[in-house]
Design a protein around this ligand. Structure first.
Ligand SMILES: [Zn+2]
Length: 307
């Protein structure tokens, strides 16, 4: 992937083209996008609100310690797959949630991640130790996981360094028992950000499920000309292009507010006729929102505003 991304864009021409088409895209998107996916402030209680674990759909469970920081358990016929471990201090609560559902943490065989930021992989080292699971990651995110954040292009603090046992390539399927997960690299938010897909079944119908890795431009970091990540604008553009055409029915992501986790969970537990997590329109709206936000940042920074 890196070869393809590097040779795709002469950067000035790319930025000019993207900004021109971006103006038109924002105008078009503004007419249809209705969501406002703004990250809760640091002191917002949403960030610390706990949640009981529950089954989202077809053997896929929310086991996160916080609504804001989902972890997902994918059960299979030969053990389980856990995706994201939040902060190190959340690990014991995630383990408790797995046990509350009647599952054994020792049966977690694979540990995956959405992207290598502190609030998603900070607990990886601890969780690997507790469960004995094999940690799987893209090469670019593995580097950050194994350095405990020291090699991250952002300077946002360190966490316990993890061990990555298996490096995956874009599209290389991860299989355990009867479950198959496919990684789609969606770089930009981190260099190795990964969106995962699988197929689930409910009431005799099959659905395409996605766990979105991350599409928001990082706060307090330049998008254009980042000294540690100069390809960031091109990578985001590539990620938007591929995610817009991904077939999605069930929409999940690395943060709860991205897809209305709290509200949909309440609807599901109240006995909704149709599983509220089946939300293809919500997925498309979210992609449009972040693409608009990205294009606005790109235009602003290209006019000299670096924040
Ligand atoms: Zn992040």
């Amino acid at each position: 992937m890196s070869i393809m991304l590097h040779c795709l864009f002469p950067s000035r021409a790319f930025l000019r083209r993207t900004i021109v088409t971006g103006c038109l895209t924002i105008i078009c998107n503004a007419a249809v996008a209705e969501v406002e996916l703004i990250s809760p402030a640091a002191d917002d209680p949403q960030r610390t609100e706990p949640a009981e674990p529950f089954e989202i759909i077809d053997g896929i469970y929310f086991v996160g310690a916080r609504i804001h920081l989902p972890s997902y358990l994918f059960t299979t016929s030969e053990g389980h797959i856990l995706m994201d471990t939040a902060f190190d201090e959340n690990v014991s609560e995630i383990v408790e949630n797995i046990e509350k559902l009647g599952f054994d943490p020792d049966d977690v065989k694979l540990l995956l991640s959405s992207h290598a930021h502190h609030d998603h992989v900070g607990g990886h080292a601890n969780m690997r130790e507790i469960t004995g699971a094999i940690t799987v990651a893209s090469a670019a995110d593995a580097d950050v996981i194994e350095s405990g954040g020291a090699t991250d292009f952002r300077d946002t603090g360190l966490w316990p360094a993890g061990t990555v046992d298996r490096i995956i390539k874009d599209g290389e399927q991860v299989k355990l028992g009867d479950r198959v997960l496919t990684p789609h690299f969606t770089p930009g938010h981190t260099k190795g950000c990964t969106t995962w897909t699988t197929v689930v079944e409910e009431d005799g119908k099959q659905y395409n499920l996605v766990v979105l890795g991350g599409l928001n431009v990082n706060r307090n970091e330049p998008l254009v000309g980042h000294p540690k990540y100069p390809d960031m604008p091109q990578h985001f553009a590539w990620s938007f292009a591929r995610l817009k055409v991904l077939p999605v029915d069930v929409y999940l992501g690395a943060h709860g507010y991205w897809y209305g986790l709290k509200e949909k969970r309440a609807q599901l537990l109240a006995g909704a006729d149709t599983n509220p997590f089946i939300d293809p329109q919500g997925y498309q709206d979210a992609i449009r929102f972040w693409e608009n936000a990205y294009l606005e940042r790109l235009m602003n920074e290209s006019h000299g505003d670096t924040k």
